[in-house]
Design a protein around this ligand. Structure first.
Ligand code: AOF
Ligand code: ZN
Length: 315
């Protein structure tokens, strides 16, 4: 098996992983492909949290006539096979039991119960394990899950709307960009706004213009000096603390993987100054075309180890 073949099959595994986008969370999206001498004999992905893992679905998909080939095959998995008993049995055990001799892994799983133990289990059983094929893409696919488990805090997205001159006051969103914001909200476990935004906008912070799979995101605000009247914070989690680290640590304990910070500028600035953010989304409006969607974009900027990137996003 050449390195370029490994890349081709890992790319296929990545495509499959993405099929789990709708229901895998809070689990990661994972894809698996089983290859025998240049022929794919099995494929699978993790469809939904609580259900079988990608490797299990891939093994189950192998035709009866091909099952004897497993002992001469390679399995490609976008994430390290798990080593623990969770809602399902360990995938590393399944691979060993089926006698698959070669395992190609996209990236390691930072989840504490796995974290290298899946790879070790496979190696101890005599499997050849290759780690890191298309690693960056595999990590990027589950960037929220990866950040939550490796940094022990939620993945933080800062989001605001502004005009081309940088001003942020008044109505900037259009029905179209509002829909994109609600889609973003639907994907986050919690939404945070500062005291000033609560007083000025009385935001409801609910998902209305996009369909919601589970519960509404947790609504959070910070009220350091007890300025918020009770009726405004009904249904909100209110923090009175000074430090963002404390808030993020608490949200980690609550299992919030993705925090959306909707503003205002003071709150965004404090996240930026503390370096506690992973992504910035800026909704920009070109007032010259105020009733069409032309000129409205939501930019996504990744801030991580890779260089800053900006791209318009409608996906
Ligand atoms: C894999 N293959 O397809 C996925 C993995 O509660 P469970 O049993 O579903 O386990 C969830 C954990 O398993 C999750 O946090 C992550 O570490 C790993 N996900 N592992 O081998 C998969 N989805
Ligand atoms: Zn597993």
């Amino acid at each position: 098996m050449t390195a370029s073949e490994d890349i081709i099959y890992m790319r296929r595994a990545l495509q499959l992983a993405l099929c789990g986008e709708a229901a895998a969370a809070p689990n990661p999206m994972v894809g698996a492909v089983i290859v025998h001498k240049g022929r794919i004999i099995g494929e699978g992905y993790h469809r939904r949290c609580g259900g079988p893992h990608a490797e299990v679905n891939a093994v189950r998909s192998v035709a009866l006539a091909d099952q004897t080939l497993l002992g001469e095959s390679t399995i490609y998995v976008t994430l390290e096979p798990c080593a623990h008993w969770g809602k399902t049995p360990p995938c590393a055990d399944l691979i060993i039991e089926k006698g698959i001799p070669r395992v190609v892994v996209g990236c390691k799983d930072p989840f504490a119960k796995v974290d290298g133990l899946g790879i070790k289990k496979l190696q101890d059983a005599g499997c050849e394990v290759v780690v890191g094929v298309l690693e960056e893409e595999c990590r990027e696919l589950n960037r929220v899950f990866m950040t939550y488990h490796s940094k022990h805090r939620p993945f933080v997205t800062l989001k605001w709307a502004q005009r081309p001159d940088g001003s942020v006051n008044g109505q900037i969103s259009t029905p179209f960009t509002q829909m994109l914001v609600h889609r973003l909200r639907a994907r986050c476990g919690a939404i945070l706004v500062g005291t000033g935004t609560m007083l000025a906008d009385h935001p409801s912070l609910t998902v209305r213009d996009w369909s919601l799979r589970g519960e509404q995101p947790l609504r959070i605000t910070i009220d350091r000096h007890n300025r918020l009247p009770k009726e405004l914070t009904d249904g909100f989690l209110v923090y009175h603390t000074e430090t963002l680290e404390e808030i993020l640590a608490d949200l980690y304990q609550r299992g919030v993987q993705h925090l959306l910070v909707e503003g205002g500028p003071t709150l965004h600035r404090s996240f930026m100054e503390a370096g506690l953010y992973d992504e910035v989304r800026i909704e920009t409006s070109d007032k010259r075309s105020d009733h069409s969607i032309d000129g409205h974009t939501i930019e996504r900027r990744r801030i991580g180890q890779s260089p800053l990137r900006a791209l318009s996003e409608y996906e």
